[in-house]
Design a protein around this ligand. Sequence first.
Ligand code: BLA
Length: 515
Amino acid sequence: SPSVSDADLTVCDREPIHLLGGIQPRGVLVAFEPAGGTIAVVSANAAGLLGAGPDALVGQPLTRLLPRDALARVEAGVALGPVNVEVGGRRCSALLHESDGLRVLELEPLSDADEDRAVDESALGAVHRLVSPLARVKGAPALLQEAANAVRSLIGYDRVMVYRFHADFHGEVVAESVRDGVDRFMGLHFPASDIPVQARALYTRNTLRLIADVDAEVVGLVPATLPGTGRPLDLSGAALRSVSEIHLEYLRNMGVGASFSVSLLKDGRLWGLMACHHLSPRSVSAARRQACEVLARLLSLQLDAEERGMEAAAQARRASLLNVLVVPGLGERSPVRVLEAQAPLLMDLTGATGVALVLGASAGLPGGAPLLLGETPTEAEVLRLVSWLSEQALPNDLFHVDRLGDVYAPLAARAEVAAGLLAVRLDPAVPHFALWFRPEVARSVTWAGNPNKPVRPEPGHARLRPRASFDVWREEVRDASLPWSAQDLEAARALKGALVGVMLRHAEEVARLSR
Ligand code: BLA
């Protein structure tokens, strides 16, 4: 197999993974003209199942392989999933889709294990638990765990993970179900390049992929290229598509013999994958793959509902904070005392680990010192930052970065408290600011597996090991905080209004008392 050097990794995103022109040997592919049913493409392994090789089949009518009524059943049932048919004396599951103007039939012989009902019943139980109102009450982590358990009982793999993408498309294992004795990946982060951009795009359109044996010989297609396009048949929608050799090497390096993954979509966008490993080769029937897809959809729906609930709760918390700040009579107390008492809420508002409020002399701290809450730079550092900020053009009075050190050198070495900064200017006339800080993200991430397990260095291959890949991710995110979300910015803007109100009322109160 071709060797993958670090230099090749830059071309990852450009590998046309839908046009590799090969399938996995666990089934047979036949593409035919929609109109006359003439066979146009056949996989090179056809003879094993169909009794005749590609040379004998291409140009022949499909009815030589599949009786007309069987094809009709496949066509009728295909929207619902795989249909079982008898081909060459063997029971097969059949899938049908369109590509390059052809209809593509994929036949996979069924094994006895595929008929086992006991597994299906335990999986059905898991589906019930996943959709029950109780599941949501227990929260997102319980939902993810339930889904991982359900998929593992359905497919019998050694390790089933829920892999969630962050905004920059690096990913994190957020739930995991493993057989006893199998390494855990829970909590690990991986760089975006481990699942390159075209793969993520393909996975939004085709939600399932099974690599039943990472060492299986790739089976070619006959003809290798279509006369019309001069390219191999587009296998974007094919279940049997053989995958990138680079990815196979990655899986082998991980000690994985079979890999199955199911896309997790929300509003048509890929938010994660159920990523499943078996340490030795293992197939998953088309019916079970489809059951996993249903599970993945249920999980996405339940999580969506759960997240809307969380968002509503967060809104309520924000509203309550803003309410506290506008309570009448507050003006009598020093704003600093009021804000200090609300420190956890102030940080929670934007998911920050520290807040600095620079409110000037009238706020109540001697000499107009900033109010520092949680993990922040020092008072002197904050004041220097504020004088820099007040010279910047701030659209909507807002400023936010997740790599402060890149734009503001004095805090470049302070990523442990201030890799991320969200600032809102409170007053156009004087340099009054609310500042939220976040630490470098890599510091909050640890190996959940066994970090001391020796890794055999192999020149040129190191990057394709998950452990090395984790290190690369750490390198990529060094000095960066988690990005600020649209909600964080909105919360900052809302707080600005409330703070300005507090300061005004306090000023009025002070004026009234001194009259
Ligand atoms: C595909 N990479 C994938 C897939 C996963 C991962 C889940 C989907 C295919 C599958 O189901 O196996 C990555 N798998 C992971 C990660 C974990 C895991 C992060 O279990 C962590 C627990 N991969 C690289 C690099 C390149 C690369 C550097 O690490 C690029 C050179 C390529 N990955 C790559 C490609 C695919 C892929 C090309 C698409 C495979 C295909 O569908 O053809």
